[in-house]
Design a protein around this ligand. Sequence first.
Ligand code: ADP
Length: 236
Amino acid sequence: MTKSDSSNEWLDTVAHDLRTPINLVSGCLDVIQNVGPLNEKQTHYLNRAFAGLKRMEHLIARLKDISWVDSSVPLELSEINLSDMVAEAIDLLLEAAEQKEVNVRTNIASDITTIHVDAARIVQVIDNLLSNAIKYNRQGGTVVIGATKDTDSVRVMVQDTGMGIAADDQPHVFDRFFRAPEGVRLKIEGSGLGLAITQGIIQRHGGNIWVESEPNVGSTFYFTLPLVVNSDHSTE
Ligand code: ADP
């Protein structure tokens, strides 16, 4: 067993073991909901308990993602259409965008058709960058996701008109569990793991990721992916 295999095994075990009590609590809450009728106060606290469980499930999923990033489990590569992938990600975020009245636009160069990637992981990257661009945006703001082709890579950018990131915080946004103070102050929900996972996925494809940002103006995240991913750039 390699060092990274053993160090991520405990994380996998913890994530797996946490599922048992969560399923138990979830089952009990379902029963409470069904034995009703519940009064207004009981319904309120039941809904809070469900929301807490959902957050816990989200955190467990992120821990499993971190474990994958640190592992040497191979990428599952296939040819995927980038525009379809982006459209799919936007579709899943329509409700969040509508709630914030954020207009999401795409600008993908016509010479980019398919890319050769681990599709499930790259969908996760796009989803994470887009959902951040929406949740850290201002009401009525804009998000643009664009892509251009270079000689041997594709470059994707996700641009928003949101709160931006202070210069001092920018070097830390890809650190595990880092959250900039402004988002915490505004009680914007998050785990501080999304960008660390995103960076790990891009690096395992042999690409790069970086951010340019100005407070109160907005942020642009960029990532590159080689046109042909022929080896897994895992932490090994
Ligand atoms: P979180 O779950 O907190 O959103 P991420 O790892 O995705 O975690 O992001 C880390 C931190 O980087 C966020 O808490 C936020 O402070 C900052 N951040 C990420 N994306 C943006 C963005 N588009 N605009 C402003 N700040 C951002």
